[in-house]
Ligand binder design. Structure first.
Ligand code: CP
Ligand code: NVA
Length: 347
């Protein structure tokens, strides 16, 4: 009985997958390279891969392919997600960390791309400049997946909107308020992805931390009917369905932490801010890692210097919404699996 049930699930998933006219093989560098339909297909495929994993149904659809993971910045979720997703799909996964390879110090992105492209079937890249991940794709000749740059974090978006679809059943009529540093990679990606998907989004940040004009223009250009709001007015959280925040200082940024704290403390997600939403069904999301307690080295240092134990989100709010926040983290793996499968399935 159990086996018949299992086979029915396999049949259902493969059958449905065939019905989806998926994008041709390509890289995943930034959200604007994809249509609304293509992003929705990736979200749905992520949910199907999650079903396979939960039912312990093997899915080594990309058996024996080889992928490289380049990380010029640190990572827990993205690195783990690419590793496990690649292995679940049957691929051999090689981690190339900062300091392990010649890239940057002795060899250019272009030469590295040509070498890795001759050996690997796909490459993940986490680094600084968006231009570098684009060059890697251009010169390697194999699919490249952006694991985060200073400008975009597109794989995070598929996990986030997958999580919203799981939670709300649909993305229709939702409004997201992103609160905090409004010109970092997460804010940029949320603004543009929400626009493409037709999900209303508000970036609520002090004026000097609001998105750059070119990012806002891209969101407007690719907008499919969403209301896009950029404001410094925190009372704009009233009535939203989702509060989303991220760290106040991103990897690679060289800023005075104190000046960031002074700017962003009024934008901390705390119980007072939640009350301003006036929506009992609101959820809180965070891409993680988060500074919500003193159990980190940086958290301790900030506390010793500025007497502040919590930054972008209080411990109380973090724990109140930890189920959805960690669901979002788990979904990184299922969604990255869908993204890689979509790029490599015709190889
Ligand atoms: N959210 C995210 O990208 O986490 P990592 O930096 O741990 O990969
Ligand atoms: N804005 C953060 C995102 C981490 C996932 C950073 O770039 O450090």
């Amino acid at each position: 009985m159990l086996n018949i049930h299992k086979y029915n699930i396999i049949f259902y998933i493969i059958q449905n997958e065939r019905e989806i006219p998926m994008t041709q093989t390509k890289s995943f560098l930034k959200e604007i390279d994809f249509t609304k339909q293509e992003l929705e297909e990736l979200i749905d495929l992520s949910i199907k891969f999650k079903q396979l994993k939960k039912n312990r149904i093997p899915h080594k659809y990309l058996d024996s392919l080889n992928i490289a993971l380049i990380f010029e910045k640190t990572s827990t979720r993205t690195r783990s997600a690419f590793t496990v997703a690649g292995q679940d799909l049957g691929m051999n996964v090689t981690y190339l960390g900062a300091g392990d390879i010649q890239l940057g110090k002795k060899e250019s992105v272009v030469d590295t791309a040509k070498v890795l492209g001759s050996m690997f079937d796909g490459i993940e890249y986490r680094g600084f400049k968006q231009e570098d991940v684009e060059d890697l794709a251009k010169y390697s000749g194999v699919p490249v997946w952006n694991g985060l740059t200073d400008t975009w974090h597109p794989t995070q978006m598929i996990a986030d909107f997958m999580t919203l679809k799981e939670h709300f059943g649909s993305l229709e009529d939702l409004t997201i308020a992103y609160i905090g540093d409004g010109r970092n990679n997460i804010a940029n990606s949320l603004l543009v992805t929400s626009a493409i998907l037709g999900v209303n989004v508000k970036i609520i940040s002090p004026e000097i931390l609001q998105p750059e004009a070119d990012i806002v223009e891209l969101a407007q250009k690719h907008n499919n009917g969403a209301n896009l709001t950029i404001t410094d007015d925190i009372s704009e959280v009233k009535g939203v369905d989702i509060l989303y925040t991220d760290v106040w200082v991103s990897m690679g940024e060289e800023v005075d932490f104190k000046s960031r704290i002074d700017l962003l403390l009024p934008y901390q997600i705390n119980i007072g801010l939640l009350a301003k939403v006036e929506n009992p069904d609101v959820i809180v999301m965070h891409c993680l890692p988060a500074f919500h307690d003193l159990n980190t080295q940086i958290g301790q240092e900030i506390y010793e210097k500025y007497c502040l134990a919590e930054l972008e989100i209080t411990d109380e709010v973090f724990h109140k919404y930890s189920e959805i926040i960690f669901q979002e983290a788990e979904n990184r793996m299922h969604s990255i699996k869908a993204i890689m499968y979509n790029s490599l399935k015709n190889i």
